[in-house]
Design a protein around this ligand. Structure first.
Ligand code: KIV
Ligand code: ZN
Length: 385
């Protein structure tokens, strides 16, 4: 089984979501939980961005021991100095430097030629290497960069001392095939790439972040980056819990271990949602409220006969409570009877049928049937001789 690193950026890219602003103690609480979850690396913030971010990165660096703590820096000495100031007390100081490599970013944002971009990247990595044993270099907008130029700049930053190369799909534009092909190309065309970590970082603008991350793994990625609940810029980053569970469930296909303690997923997801105020959509894969709720009669009947019919993941796997068979207008008699028995009612078939008819009428007029509704309905039949 091959082990890959999980780089969690909930506190940096995740916090870059519109409307999210965590204070230092909230960030520390999340970082501690990410450590329990088993993240290899926690990106705690962007120390040069604000005094608050600096403080949070420093305190997390001094607190967290079982995960590597990193901070983001632009390719400028001031940012690198500030990141070192924040992380020099950390167990394994790690820095994450980025610079854009796509034609549109180089020309219109950086206003630099490709050669100038190579020089800046090399200089920043060399400078960071004076302080940090672990230097991650990210080619921002890698998926829209020229592959030959990408390979060239990667060779140069590896020579300068980079220990991880990250290839972000910054704007969530790549398809799984394109993203995988980029990883394959870099793996095959950069000598010495196997000596460094090769990282995937996917955004979800077109809803392809999980598929893209898996495509990167299939093509040589040894580290994946993402956030809890998929929070992040615009449509967010890849949801780490989705990738971790997919790799676990499809171990036969991928042969990958993540080191993630799956039982901590639900708790981590809830904590991040609570502290960021970012609500999880009910049908969100793995951690949504409805992820394990079955409503239709056919599905409920199958589940009661054998849960494997409709459940590929159990809620227990991610530390959640048991599967819910939600009673609604699509539910069948089998699930209804099962619930009645679980609630302690022992009705004969005739009463049960009458109760079921009443239940269907009620279900047509109400969005959700709660336990109290059932109680009233079943009690009516029990006392009506
Ligand atoms: O999406 C991106 O390109 C980033 C970089 C800073 C790595 O978040
Ligand atoms: Zn990003």
């Amino acid at each position: 089984m091959v082990q890959i690193d999980i780089f969690d950026t909930t506190l940096r890219d995740g916090e870059q979501s519109a409307g999210i602003n965590l204070n230092t103690s909230e960030k520390i609480e999340i970082a501690r939980q990410l450590e329990r979850l088993g993240a290899t690396i926690i990106e705690a913030g962007f120390p040069a961005a604000s005094p608050g971010d600096f403080d949070a990165v420093k305190r997390i660096g001094n607190t967290v021991k079982n995960s590597i703590v990193t901070g983001l820096a632009r390719s400028v000495k001031g940012d690198i100095d500030r990141t070192w100031e924040a992380l020099k007390g950390a167990e394994q100081p790690h820095i994450h430097i980025f610079l854009a490599t796509s034609p549109i970013h180089m020309e219109h944002k950086l206003m630099k030629t490709p050669d100038q971009v190579v020089d800046i990247a090399v200089e920043s990595v060399r400078y960071a290497k004076k302080f940090f044993p672990l230097v991650q270099w990210s080619a921002e907008d890698a998926s829209r960069s020229d592959p030959e130029f990408l390979a060239h700049i990667i060779r140069k930053v590896i020579e300068a001392g980079a220990t991880t190369i990250n290839l972000p799909d910054t704007v969530g534009y790549a398809t799984p095939h394109e993203y995988g092909t980029m990883f394959k190309y870099i793996s095959e065309n950069v000598a010495g790439i196997e000596k460094v970590k090769l990282s995937a970082h996917c955004h979800n603008d077109l809803g392809m972040a999980t598929a893209n991350t898996l495509a990167a793994i299939e093509n040589g990625a040894t580290q994946i980056e993402g956030t809890i609940n998929g929070i992040g810029e615009r449509a967010g980053n890849v949801a780490l819990e989705e990738v971790a569970v997919a790799l676990h469930i499809r171990k036969q296909v991928y042969g990958i271990e993540t080191g993630i303690n799956l039982k901590e997923i639900k708790r981590t997801s809830q904590l991040v949602s609570q502290l960021t105020g970012s609500i999880i959509q009910p049908n969100k894969a793995v951690v949504g409220k409805n992820a394990f709720a079955h409503e239709s009669g056919i599905h409920q009947d199958g589940m009661l006969k054998n849960p494997l019919t409709y459940e590929i993941i159990t809620p227990e796997l991610i530390g959640d409570a048991k599967t819910e068979l939600v009673l609604g207008k699509h539910s069948g008699r089998h699930a209804f009877k099962d619930r009645a028995i679980k609630m302690g009612f022992d009705l004969d078939e005739e009463k049960l049928n009458r109760a079921f008819i009443e239940f269907k009428k009620l279900a047509d007029s109400k969005k959700e049937i709660v336990e109290d509704d059932l109680f009233v309905l079943l009690t009516d039949q029990q006392i009506n001789e």
